[in-house]
Design a protein around this ligand. Structure first.
Ligand code: J2J
Length: 548
């Protein structure tokens, strides 16, 4: 029998599960038990530092007790094992209280981002048949309670909205906790722990089912590679729900190690640098545009002492060699490139790799059991050094998305390799270099935008006949989005600002709104009549180059 398989998602075939257990990768841990063990071992040690407002410092004992009480309260509300709960919180301590409460009772957090709006949240709540949706009252000037009211009106099955802060018409999270009860029905290590979001290339984001066993292995492996131990202090500068700051090695890796997590409400140097000095931060992770901003701020001279910082992880999008070379001189820490994906596979440069390797590659896999194939368009394996499609299979890479059998048939090979959509090359030393992308996605400084999703929003406009969204080069973000639009003949003409406004008002994350819209009479076509996005990308790149 395969393990972790549910009617909703394919798990690992039995022979693989056995191999991963025998090898010691899967050690039969769960998140709920893990936190309890840490809390028993060092109850007084600080686990979470939340500097927003008056700084809060939760010990391991306190986090454990809060998770217990909230878990009991959620059970009393009728939320139980296997139920989905959409969690959309900024970087606040309650994120961990909620997530560990859910882990403990075996309910599955669905990790939404603070940037998500009506269309994404409605989809997550409806598609997962969520029992509850957890929000902050107001963050960065946005009132999530109003969003929740609209979503509830559209998704009647959504029974509970739980609010950190002032609940308005909903329920305050602070009113939910109850007396702890023994959780006899907690999840098993091979069962699902949560649903993570895929960057995606399809009309709606796919959900990624991760098990306790597989994810905890990726944390343990990451900790070893990034040298995270109980003395480490991890700064969570990116949105906490992102897979990178969650697990590479991230906040969950830090908690696994018994280390300290410091939450940055925003990732800018004016917020992060004082926190690094004050809290003695040793390690953090950033996407390339932020790494550039930090490098420049430090090189220009900062009054803050950053000398505690040992390691800066940079990943989520390609970090240029030139930018990579500037990190250590400016920030005085070791650069570690990370090329990962919420579906599983994570690659790191090693801290003792030669500098050339650190600045020119995106690292090598965590596990000796991570299988890597670089193939051509026909799935034929290419020799080492050739550039091709990256396929992967291993002890923490999913075998299928959640409730997506049709998509799984093409996103995975028959023998269970995940088609990453990344175009890579393997070096002689076994390191991967990301050369490009075959998936129909824009990587906007680490934020992933699925072209089809945005095209669908554009097509909803009555004047739009056809739409094709492509990436355009950008010195800061690496890529931005450019939407090519063909207007409907005879329809009311629409201009770029009005069309952007139309898309924004449909309710979606701000980073998905096209940066630029180009109106054309027709799209270039490939030999077989498909829209040639390659030609569109070349056209906008040439146009931008000519303009500068
Ligand atoms: C080029 N492209 C990269 C890199 C990710 C750690 C780090 C990142 C993610 C992440 C993650 C890249 N160079 N260094 O989950 O645990 C692009 C690839 C990849 C996609 C995955 C982690 N690092 N990418 O970014 O699920 O295209 O995960 O397939 O958001 O980001 O995106 P996501």
């Amino acid at each position: 029998m395969s393990t972790g398989t549910t009617p909703d998602a394919p798990g690992y075939p039995a022979e693989f599960a056995e191999r991963y257990r025998d090898a010691g990768w899967w050690q039969g841990e769960t998140f709920g038990r893990m936190l309890r063990e840490r809390a028993l071992a060092h109850p007084e040690r600080i686990a979470i530092v939340d500097p927003a407002g008056e700084t809060r410092r939760w010990t391991y004992g306190e986090l454990d007790e809060r998770a217990d009480r909230l878990g009991a309260g959620l059970l009393a509300l009728g939320i139980g094992k296997g139920d989905r709960v959409v969690v959309q919180l900024p970087n606040v301590a309650e994120f961990f209280e909620v997530v560990f409460a859910l882990f403990r009772i075996g309910a599955l957090p669905v990790f939404a981002l603070p940037a998500h709006r009506d269309s994404e949240i409605r989809h997550f709540c409806a598609f997962t048949e969520a029992a509850a949706y957890v929000i902050q009252d107001v963050a960065e000037g946005y009132d999530y309670r109003e969003l929740a009211s609209r979503v509830r009106a559209d998704v009647p099955g959504l029974k509970h909205v739980l609010v950190v802060g002032d609940p308005g018409e909903h329920t305050a999270l602070a009113d939910v906790p109850a007396e702890p009860v023994p959780f006899e029905n907690g999840p098993e290590p091979h069962e699902l722990a949560f649903l993570q979001l895929s960057g995606g290339s399809t009309g709606v984001p796919k959900l990624i089912p991760r098990t306790h066993d597989d994810y905890i292995y990726s944390l343990r492996g990451s900790n070893e590679i990034c040298r995270v131990d109980e003395h480490s202090v991890y700064l969570c500068a990116l949105p906490a729900a992102h897979n990178f700051p969650l697990s590479s090695p991230g906040t969950l890796g830090a908690l696994y190690a018994g280390a300290r997590v410091v939450l940055a409400p925003r990732p800018s140097p004016d917020v992060a640098f004082p926190l690094i000095e004050r809290e003695g931060v040793t390690i953090t992770g950033l996407v390339p545009p932020l790494a550039l901003v930090w490098t420049e701020a430090a090189a220009a001279g900062t009054p803050y002492d950053l000398s505690s910082l040992d390691v800066l992880l940079v990943g989520g999008a390609k970090f240029s060699e030139e930018a990579a070379r500037r990190v250590t001189p400016a920030l005085g820490c070791t650069l570690q490139q990370v090329f990962g994906m919420a579906e599983g596979l994570v690659n790191y440069t090693r801290l003792d790799d030669p500098e050339e390797t650190i600045v020119t590659t995106q690292g090598r896999p965590i596990s000796p059991d991570d299988e890597i194939r670089v193939v051509d368009d026909e799935d034929a394996e290419l020799p080492v050094g050739a550039t091709g499609h990256l396929l992967t299979r291993g002890p923490y890479t999913i075998r299928g998305y959640w409730r997506a059998p049709e998509h799984n048939a093409t996103a995975f090979t028959a023998d269970g390799f995940y088609r990453t959509g990344d175009v890579v090359r393997l070096t002689e030393s076994g390191h991967l270099v990301v050369e490009g992308r075959a998936k129909d996605q824009i990587n906007r400084g680490g934020e992933k935008v699925a072209a089809e999703e945005i095209e669908n929003h554009l097509l909803a406009h009555p004047s739009v006949h056809d739409a094709a969204v492509v990436s355009m080069p950008d010195t800061y973000l690496g890529e931005r989005t450019c939407a090519y639009v063909v207007l409907r003949e005879g329809a009311e003409p629409v201009k770029s600002p009005a069309l952007k406004k139309f898309v924004r008002e449909r309710g979606l994350a701000a980073f998905k709104i096209p940066d630029r819209i180009e109106f054309v009479a027709a799209f270039p076509r490939t030999g077989i009549g498909k829209v040639s996005k390659k030609d569109l990308r070349a056209a906008i790149a040439a146009h931008l180059a000519a303009a500068t």
